[in-house]
Design a protein around this ligand. Structure first.
Ligand SMILES: C[S@@+](CC[C@H](N)C(=O)[O-])C[C@H]1O[C@@H](n2cnc3c(N)ncnc32)[C@H](O)[C@@H]1O
Length: 182
C-alpha cells in the first residue's frame, strides 16, 4: 500500500481552468470508447471537467455517474453541469476512500489522475472489475508530475491482479495512461 494524498478542492483550479480544453479534449480522448446512450462512470471526478465532456458524448439517452470523496467537488460539478446544460445526464455520488460504492454496471469508466490518491489500489481495481459490463473499458490516467513510469507500472500490475489487461496505450498530455479491459 502506498502513502496517498487527496487533492484539495482549491488545488484543482491549477489544472481545471479554461486552458485545460486546449490539451484535454474529451471528444478525442474518448473516441472509440464512449458512444451515445452509454452509462459511464467518472471516479474521482473532481469538479467535473470530464463528467461534463462525457455527458456531451453519451447524450440525453446516456448517463454519467460522477463519484468523488469530496462533497465540495460534487457541488461545484453540479453548478458547472447546470451551466453546461447537461445536469440531467449526470448523477453525483459521494464515495469513501476505500469504496466506489456504485450499484449496477457501466460501459466505460474513467479514473483520471486519481488512482494514486486511493489508499489501496488493488482493492480499487477489484471493485471496479465488478462494475464493468462485459466488453467494458477503463481509461486510467495518472499525472506525470506525481507518478513515475515505474509507479505507473505498479498501478497497472495491481489492475492486472484484479483481472484487467492493457488493451491499448493512450497519449494524453501530462499523463501516463492506458485503456484497460477484463
Ligand atoms: C487530482 S483530482 C482529479 C479530478 C478529476 N478527475 C479531473 O481530472 O479533473 C483527484 C480527485 O480524486 C478524488 N479522490 C481521491 N481519492 C479518491 C477515492 N479513493 N475515491 C474517489 N475519489 C477520490 C479527489 O477528491 C479529487 O477530486
Amino acid at each position: 500500500m502506498q502513502k496517498h494524498h487527496v487533492c484539495p478542492w482549491w488545488l484543482t483550479y491549477t489544472f481545471d481552468n479554461p486552458l485545460r480544453r486546449l490539451f484535454h479534449r474529451p471528444a478525442i480522448m474518448f473516441a472509440g470508447l464512449v458512444k451515445p446512450g452509454m452509462t459511464v462512470l467518472d471516479i474521482g471526478c473532481g469538479m467535473g471537467y470530464f463528467s461534463i465532456g462525457l455527458a456531451r458524448l453519451v447524450g440525453p439517452q446516456g448517463k454519467v455517474l460522477a463519484v468523488d470523496l469530496q462533497q465540495r467537488m460534487l457541488d461545484t460539478l453540479r453548478r458547472r453541469a447546470a451551466r453546461a446544460g447537461v445536469a440531467g445526464i449526470i448523477e453525483t455520488r459521494q464515495c469513501t476512500a476505500d469504496r466506489i460504492g456504485v450499484k449496477g454496471e457501466v460501459d466505460f469508466a474513467l479514473a483520471f489522475w486519481m488512482v494514486h490518491e486511493t489508499p489501496d489500489q488493488a482493492a480499487f481495481f477489484r471493485e471496479l472489475a465488478l462494475l464493468l459490463k462485459p466488453g467494458g473499458k477503463v481509461l486510467v490516467a495518472e499525472p506525470k508530475f506525481h507518478v513515475t513510469a515505474g509507479r505507473f507500472q505498479e498501478i497497472l500490475a495491481d489492475s492486472g491482479r484484479a483481472g484487467f489487461a492493457v488493451a491499448a496505450g493512450s497519449a494524453i498530455t501530462f499523463s501516463r495512461a492506458a485503456v484497460l479491459s477484463l
